[in-house]
Write a protein that binds this ligand. Structure first.
Ligand code: TRP
Length: 461
């Protein structure tokens, strides 16, 4: 077998992991999920989750990846024993599902960036009865969406096919700094809007009674969002750590990655909520997956230089989405390379093609987006994180601590704290989140309210 690829530079790994973490989860998903969860209350639960569960969990993925040097299926088999390969199989399936709809949404961002090239956003909205929601409805499904889904997937496949150093590493080195600069610029601009205060208040001052009253919905939503945005629960960090040739300080790297990702999600809130308030959109969350498109297009239609800013904003998000999509495809591709034995090109094109097909229904009707997104997010990722926690915490903790100590030195009691955090509190939180997530999903599948699957079937079949 050919020698396994490795990252070329020290920063290559961090940038690739940051590039994976920062994506539609931060910019498309975070604002509307925060809105559905009631603003600041959700933000608080989410932040706690990231710090208390996300950090120990990212370390768990890192040590499993670096220790085994394998794709998730091979890694779990090598780490836990033969039966664990089936869990690895679930990871691959999760990547498959997430990327299928992720590509459609990434395509929307490319589409909205193209609108900025073609003319100003005000006249685009005018072409759709003056209503950005109608515009979103027209662009998010049908031929437009289908074509851009194809484009997005083709770019992703191309980068992954080129490999670790020439493809992924080179791409993220340009993309990640660009994303940060643009978001900071937009946040500063949003700060100058006269009506911004309402947006900040909604976003930043938590109402604890909201948390107490809604925790059964907040917890699974925050858990799903935390894992989604950190790219945890399906082996991305296992795979990326498997390309580490040297023993780096994984705790430091994990902190940097989580810091960047959380910072960028937070920053996106500072862009989106003031803009929504300035545009008189004071019911965040009600717009669902279209919310950011509706809010931002309206904003870019209203302001001077909006065409240019809008073009930059949508293009930036598309770039961030691509640097995440490559990580999803890389997991599936590395599996095909290692376990099926095909070469990188065939693996990337073949798997990418299948994933592409799974995404096509989403371009017809957004109910398929909910169907896939809720399932992957609140169930598969939380499940994935749970089993990995059990593997590292209970099945092979000493190997994990030894592996983490390479590149750090003796951890002493910190290693024990880490393992015991995984063993009991995190397992409990994940079990509860998973249970609540399943209940919510079943509700979605059987529910007859508008937007739920039962309702959709009644309407369409
Ligand atoms: N984290 C990315 C985002 O926020 C999406 C993503 C990439 C992902 N790889 C993942 C989500 C693996 C879950 C698991 O957009």
């Amino acid at each position: 077998m050919a020698q396994r690829e490795t990252w070329a530079t020290r920063t290559g790994f961090i940038l690739a992991a940051v590039g994976s973490a920062v994506g539609l989860g931060n910019i498309w998903r975070f604002p509307f999920v925060t809105g559905e969860g009631g603003g600041a209350a959700f933000l608080l639960v989410y932040l706690l989750f990231v710090a208390l569960v996300g950090f120990p969990a990212i370390l768990a993925e890192f040590v499993v990846g670096r220790h085994t040097d394998r794709n998730p299926v091979g890694a779990l088999r090598a780490y836990g024993g033969d039966a664990w390969k089936y869990v690895g199989g679930i990871f691959i399936a999760t990547g498959f599902i997430i990327l299928s709809y992720y590509s459609v949404i990434g395509g929307w961002f490319i589409r909205y960036a193209i609108e900025g090239l073609r003319g100003d956003y005000a006249s685009h909205i005018a072409a759709y009865e003056g209503d950005p929601e109608i515009m979103f409805g027209a662009l998010s499904t049908g031929l437009d969406a289908f074509i851009l889904h194809t484009v997005f997937m083709a770019i992703t496949v191309g980068i992954v096919a080129l490999g670790i150093r020439r493809g992924i590493e080179l791409a993220v080195k340009v993309m990640v700094p660009a994303i940060i600069l643009l978001l900071v610029g937009l946040a500063i601009w949003a700060f100058t809007l006269p009506e911004a205060t309402g947006g900040y208040e909604y976003y930043l001052s938590p109402d604890f009674s909201v948390i107490a009253a809604n925790w059964t919905e907040l917890l699974p939503a925050a858990a799903g969002q935390a894992f989604f945005t950190l790219s945890l629960g399906m082996g991305v960090m296992i795979t990326y750590a498997s390309y580490l040739g040297e023993d780096r300080n994984l705790a430091k790297d994990g902190t940097a990655i989580i810091g960047f990702d959380t910072g960028i999600a937070f920053l996106t809130g500072l862009v989106v909520f003031p803009i929504m308030w300035a545009g008189d959109l004071t019911e965040p969350g009600s717009g669902g997956p279209g919310e950011i498109f509706v809010a931002m297009t309206q904003a870019f239609a209203d302001i001077d230089g909006g065409q240019f800013l809008g073009l930059i904003f949508f293009a930036t998000v598309a770039i961030a989405a691509i640097s995440s999509a490559i990580s999803l495809l890389e997991v599936v591709t590395s599996y095909a390379i290692d376990e099926i034995g095909v070469d990188r090109w065939k693996a990337a094109v073949g798997m990418g093609g299948l994933i592409y097909l799974l995404g096509v229904p989403v371009t017809f009707d957004l109910i398929f987006l909910d169907l896939l997104d809720y399932f992957a997010d609140a169930i598969l990722l939380v499940f994935g994180a749970l089993v990995l926690t059990i593997l590292v915490g209970w099945i092979a903790p000493q190997v994990a601590v030894d592996e983490l100590e390479k590149g750090i030195g003796d951890l002493g009691t910190l290693g024990v704290v880490w393992i015991w955090a995984l063993r009991i509190p995190i397992v409990i939180v994940l079990v509860v989140s998973l249970y609540l997530g399943i209940v919510e999903y079943v509700d979605f599948l059987t529910g007859m309210e508008e937007g739920q699957l039962g309702w959709w079937i009644e309407e369409n079949l």
